[in-house]
Design a protein around this ligand. Structure first.
Ligand code: SF4
Ligand code: SF4
Length: 216
């Protein structure tokens, strides 16, 4: 698993109240930190909206649901904040932050509630990611590749578990997961690491759901 924070198989992954509480916790830490203020529209909007509420900086819970929605909508999954953040799970400190995955989780919940065409939105975002991926910094490209390879390994393991559980590779859900995985591999070969990471993540989520639905 890429992060220990957000597991699609966990019982509360798709619970709106749980995700809202996690966004409240994360937004409060980000509001106190603000290192990412210039990285993207999500952070810019978040901090502007917090500051527009009297006392918002002291308690970000005052943000409305549509303000949360805006932060989620404006994230295009470049993952730059994850690279910069000193509070990611790997850092082994008290606060645990995975802002991009939290945005993805929030989007997945909206999609499940029929509030958003997730695929269309994410595809639009991966186009944006393509622009970000033209960034010529070799360290950044290395990081992109590392993230995609980690997700490759996680999604492959999950896909294999799902295949073993279903016992039928022609099962529609397995075919869907396999297609996402193959798209990810193509992305890797073409050097489209962000897109590959996204496809592997989709594979992981689908495989997780298959395992969940097949549990006794
Ligand atoms: S993601 Fe991390 S570094 Fe960025 S504002 Fe939030 S806490 Fe600070
Ligand atoms: S992953 Fe999302 S929130 Fe983080 S810097 Fe990129 S666009 Fe902004």
């Amino acid at each position: 698993m890429t992060t220990s924070l957000y597991d699609p198989l966990a019982g509360d992954y798709f619970e709106p109240a749980s995700a809202r509480a996690e966004r409240d916790r994360t937004f409060q830490i980000c509001s106190d930190c603000r290192v990412c203020v210039k990285l993207c529209p999500s952070f810019k909007s978040l901090f502007q909206m917090i500051d527009a509420h009297p006392d918002g900086a002291h308690d970000v819970k005052v943000l409305h649901d549509d303000e949360h929605q805006r932060v989620v909508d404006e994230c295009y999954q470049c993952k730059l904040c994850y690279v910069i953040c000193p509070y990611t799970p790997e850092q082994e400190q008290e606060w645990k932050i995975d802002f991009p995955r939290l945005m993805l989780r929030s989007l997945a919940i909206q999609e499940r509630e029929g509030k958003v065409g997730r695929s269309a939105k994410l595809l639009a975002r991966t186009d944006l990611q393509g622009k970000v991926a033209t960034f010529k910094n070799p360290w950044w490209r290395d990081h992109q590749l590392k993230v995609a390879l980690k997700m490759f390994a996680d999604s492959l393991a999950e896909l294999n578990r799902a295949k073993a559980k279903v016992g039928n590779n022609n099962d529609k859900r397995i075919v869907h997961a396999q297609k996402e995985f193959d798209n990810g591999k193509n992305g890797l070969c073409l050097g489209h690491y962000w897109r590959a990471d996204h496809e592997f993540w989709e594979t992981y989520v689908i495989a997780h759901e298959i395992l969940k639905s097949n549990r006794r």
